[in-house]
Design a protein around this ligand. Structure first.
Ligand code: IVH
Length: 654
């Protein structure tokens, strides 16, 4: 038995260490499989012997479902923070402190928008976890909090300590959950954490993959910190997860610059924050500054304008895209989201409406993101006059009976629906396609009505004289459009493929197709089998491509394009396929010390790589110069390899 106990103790230590490296440090030291082997071995020995250590990882999810939360009295009240909403307001607070205590250092941290928690450890073991509640009385959520992997069950510090921080749900976890779950929809990250922790069944909490970021120590036995910097290091040494974002400075300009920078970049963060917290670093000075009954005088929350707001859905209209797919668009009561007025929001498809329970005249949560049109996250409130959205049966543009394909509705009138015809022309002319300047939505409407333009090949038949007849088309404007159409005739292969507007073929797929099929003749005969062996092309995409090329209507259009002189340019790929950057996708951000953006792009392309404007999982490298933009933060979030100019140039010699 002693031998088994020792084995169990070793396994607990081992599994906790693996888990710490995986969840807190984000640097696993063993494979998932080895982790599982150790975990299940431990579980088996515990069952056999009944010897279960309180910090055993098997104790994270208990079986106890209680019917009510117990109250928890905070021995040290968890006060709130005073707020500033402008830089001058913050400066006033800063200067008041500096006047009395010159030369102070301040720290700047994220103000997490989650659920504030207090964790009590005794003899190095987590013994209690509670919500803030009203600051004096909270709820005991120990069983729930134990399921959070970034909450250590045991810590090296052995005396009594209270650690405070924020329970959060990463936005990527929230999206993952919502994509997988069809019963419960988590509307936004803050509600999601609160609902997941204040849930009587800890198994539910466990399934939500929450995290805990530690930021304070309201109480510690026989130990003193001099500064917030030291306190943070202590948290790290005791296995807590702290945010990498942490600035300490005695320069107010750095504080205000940091605020501006984070404000600009926060849309790309995986963590929901609603501001920054500025704290006096020196703990002695903090004690001298003291507290009011509601908040400390030594800290201030700088609040950003909310990225998530609510508004009323006034109507839902259905937009018909170039492939005939209908997308519901919500018309909203205009609302400000962080400086921009929002009047419309997307609801991806019919299923989305049902799942999000959105109704006309209902209040919904919205989040602004990098997308142009914000997304509806879910229903916030229904009213007496709320009414169901009606699923359309006929195309709102041409009246054709709609077809259900998976979660989407389609208008099948490919050759006659004005909305589809117009959208195909708009797409063909767009920047990443043929890049025909001056032909956007309104012009297409005009050309459609007045010049009877129906298909993209007809663009090449337009004359300056025809355009000049149109209202507001002066000589110069007409000339520019005709020139731009003429210029578009010489077109790179991948852009041409994209311009055709084949269903499910975006820029990335177009590039892959160009690379794999080398020329149009090959591409147009591609079979499903040839297509699906290309990475990232699945059966649905393959089928769309085959359907397109076997459709006589489209065949006629692209043959006419060639007749009118469209000429595909094939790049000399031979040289580049063997280049050091072959197949690599780069994103550039910031100012490089010696190379201009064009020079760097040329080097990348000459060596077989491509340059993209957005950071995504497809990006291989982000080349970073001075004052990088939000792409840099995004690259960090996605764990993408970051290069400076010197590292980049040295790769050329490898
Ligand atoms: S320090 C005595 N640091 O902000 C003050 N609070 O409006 C100790 N919060 O309910 C709090 N991030 O949930 C501190 N880095 C941070 C924080 C933070 C978020 C929250 C906390 C609190 C709210 C106050």
């Amino acid at each position: 038995m002693e031998n088994l106990k020792k084995q169990i103790e070793d396994l607990v230590e081992k599994v906790n260490l693996y888990s710490y490296h995986y969840h807190v440090l984000d640097k696993p030291i063993v494979s998932d499989k080895d982790y599982d082997i150790a975990y299940y071995k431990l579980l088996e020995l515990e069952k056999k012997t009944g010897y279960i250590l309180p910090n055993s990882p098997t104790q994270r999810v208990g079986d106890m479902v209680s019917n009510k939360f117990q109250k928890h009295n905070h021995e040290v009240p968890l006060l709130s923070l005073d707020k500033a909403q402008s830089i001058p307001e913050l400066k006033e607070w800063y200067e008041k402190i500096i006047d009395e205590y010159p030369n102070q250092t301040f720290t700047v941290e994220y103000k997490f928008d989650g659920l504030r928690l207090a964790l009590i450890y005794e003899n190095g073991l987590l013994v209690n976890a509670s919500t803030r509640g009203n600051g004096y009385i909270g709820e005991d959520v120990t069983a729930q909090v134990k399921t959070i992997r970034t909450v250590p069950l045991s810590i090296p510090f052995k005396k009594r300590i209270i650690v405070e921080g924020e329970g959060i749900m990463l936005l990527s976890e929230l999206n993952k959950f919502n994509e997988q779950s069809h019963d419960v929809l988590l509307k936004n990250a803050r509600n999601a954490v609160a609902g997941s922790i204040r849930n009587l069944d800890p198994k539910i909490t466990a399934s939500r993959n929450l995290d805990f970021f530690a930021y304070g120590i309201p109480y510690i036995e026989d130990f003193n910190f001099k500064t917030q910097v030291e306190l943070r290091q202590f948290l790290i040494d005791n296995k807590f997860l702290v945010s990498d974002f942490f600035v300490s400075t005695n320069n107010f300009n750095i504080i205000s610059d940091t605020i501006k920078k984070v404000d600009n970049e926060r849309e790309n963060l995986d963590i929901l924050i609603d501001g920054l917290v500025i704290k006096v670093n020196d703990i002695n000075i903090r004690n001298q500054l003291g507290w009011t009954i509601r908040f400390p005088k030594w800290a201030l929350a700088y609040k950003f304008e909310a990225l998530e707001v609510t508004s009323v859905v006034k109507n839902v209209i259905w937009q018909v895209g170039r492939t005939g797919k209908l997308t519901p668009l919500a018309i909203l009561e205009p609302v400000e989201i962080a400086g921009a007025t929002v009047k419309r929001a997307t609801l991806n498809n019919w299923d989305d409406i049902i799942r999000k329970q959105v109704k006309i005249n209902s209040l919904v949560f919205l989040r602004r993101s990098n997308e142009v049109i914000p997304e509806i996250l879910g229903l916030a409130q229904e009213f007496e006059n709320s009414k169901e959205i009606i699923k359309p049966e006929y195309c709102p543009c041409c009246g054709t009976k709609l077809e259900n394909r998976g979660v989407h509705l389609f208008c099948t009138n490919e050759t006659g629906c004005a909305a589809q015809l117009k959208e195909r022309i708009i797409h063909f002319c767009s920047r990443n396609a043929m890049n025909i300047e001056g032909i956007r939505d309104k012009t297409v409407d005009l050309f459609f009505d007045k010049l009877k333009l129906r298909t993209v090949d007809q663009l090449y038949n337009l004359t300056k004289e025809q355009l000049k007849e149109l209202e507001k088309f002066k000589d110069k404007k007409s000339k520019n459009i005709i020139n731009s159409i003429e210029k578009s005739k010489n077109i790179e292969f991948e852009r041409f493929i994209y311009a055709l507007g084949i269903g499910n073929v975006g820029i990335k797929t177009a590039k892959d197709l160009a690379k794999n099929f080398k020329n149009f003749e090959n591409l147009k005969c591609a079979t499903i089998e040839q297509l699906v062996i290309i990475e990232d092309i699945g059966e649905i995409v393959a089928q769309s491509i085959v359907d397109y090329f076997s459709n006589d209507y489209y065949k006629n259009i692209y043959n006419k394009l060639f007749e009118y002189g469209v000429n595909i340019i094939y790049k000399d790929k031979n040289k580049q396929d063997n280049g050091v950057f072959a197949d690599k996708v780069f994103v550039l951000t910031g100012t490089l010390p010696t190379l201009s953006r064009n020079e760097a792009t040329k080097i990348i392309e000459d060596n077989g790589g491509t340059v993209s404007s957005t950071v995504s999982k497809m990006t291989d490298f982000v080349l970073v110069g001075e004052e990088p933009g939000s792409k840099y933060q995004k690259a960090l979030n996605l764990n993408i390899k970051i290069l400076n100019e010197a590292e980049f140039l040295s790769m050329l010699n490898d």
